[in-house]
Design a binder for this molecule. Structure first.
Ligand code: AMP
Length: 283
């Protein structure tokens, strides 16, 4: 497993692998690796000959007052986890100067309008930071395949659109959310939870599971399905409870056959903002 710190080095690494006939899969992460990340790594290994994991806490996707400074960082631990799991050929760990080289930042990649709802509404500018960093990672790592988690479904659909619009020759793979036994989606931010908060948090999963059940049971009125989700969330401090269609990520009042619905929630527990979702094909 090669540890690569600079952009020229990872591009060289990638070109060399390509010359030898190998395909390359990239798994972008912000570190604090957990079992969810490792499922992405295994999927990457199935999809390509070489797996690159990037670890980069991207400043441009954090808003003022968000947890950029507090975000858990432990490179040695993460490298240990990756070494033990195996199947990773390179770990790309650039510093901020490397990914954002100029003084100030002039070049952004933005997908219009797909950030009007869900996390885009409460985290202004977040997706612009995500699309910009992923475009920069694509340009440096030159992957054939990039693997993302459906836990961040809005991120996945925005990145899919960016990849299509920009013509990046990269196939995007979305991996189903990896959960603890009680349903809570694994997340680096679960580390912020107290014992009592951790015990309460599976209600987030119950809320999105209830939405799926309601849609599969024939409910088509979005207000009603959102009420069902709110009911499951009880007294929790809700950021949003929203259903959108997945093409444009826009809320529609009524679900129609052929649509794909994304039912998503974000809930605050102390300083942890946790998200979850389900994607349901509407028949
Ligand atoms: P992060 O390090 O939080 O930026 O996440 C890196 C990648 O791992 C993103 O594509 C996430 O969607 C994905 N991911 C995080 N948690 C999970 C999970 N519980 N299940 C599946 N993928 C996940």
């Amino acid at each position: 497993m090669d540890l690569v710190h600079s952009s020229p080095e990872i591009t060289l690494w990638s070109r060399r692998e390509r010359c030898e006939g190998h395909t390359i899969a990239l798994v972008p992460t912000m570190g604090a690796l957990h079992d969810g990340h490792m499922v992405l790594v295994r999927e990457a290994a199935r999809r390509a000959d070489r797996v690159v994991v990037s670890i980069f806490v991207n400043p441009t996707q954090f808003g003022p007052g968000e947890d950029f400074g507090a975000y858990p960082r432990d490179l040695e631990r993460d490298l240990g986890v990756l070494r033990q799991a195996g199947g990773v050929h390179a770990v790309f760990v650039p510093d901020v100067q490397d990914v954002y080289p100029s003084a100030g930042n002039r070049t952004w990649v933005n997908v219009d309008d797909m950030d009007r709802w869900l996390c885009g509404q409460s985290r202004k500018g977040h997706f612009k930071g995500v699309t910009t960093v992923v475009a920069r990672l694509f340009a440096r790592v030159l992957p054939d395949v990039a693997v993302f988690g459906m836990k961040d479904a809005q991120q996945f659909f925005v990145l899919k659109r960016m990849t299509r619009d920009m013509g990046f020759p990269v196939e995007l793979i979305g991996v189903p959310t990896v959960r603890a036994e009680d349903g809570l989606a694994m997340s680096s931010r679960n580390a912020y939870l107290s014992e009592a908060e951790r015990a309460d948090a599976p209600r987030i999963y119950r809320a999105v599971a209830a939405a799926r059940q309601a849609i599969m049971g024939g409910e088509r009125d979005v207000d009603t399905i959102e009420q069902v989700m709110r009911h499951e969330l009880g007294e929790a401090r809700v950021d949003y409870v929203t259903i959108v269609e997945t093409e444009g990520l826009v809320r529609v009042p009524t679900l129609r056959p052929g649509m794909q619905a994304l039912a998503a929630v974000a809930v605050w527990y102390g300083r942890a903002r946790l998200i979850d979702n389900v994607v349901v094909d509407v028949s």
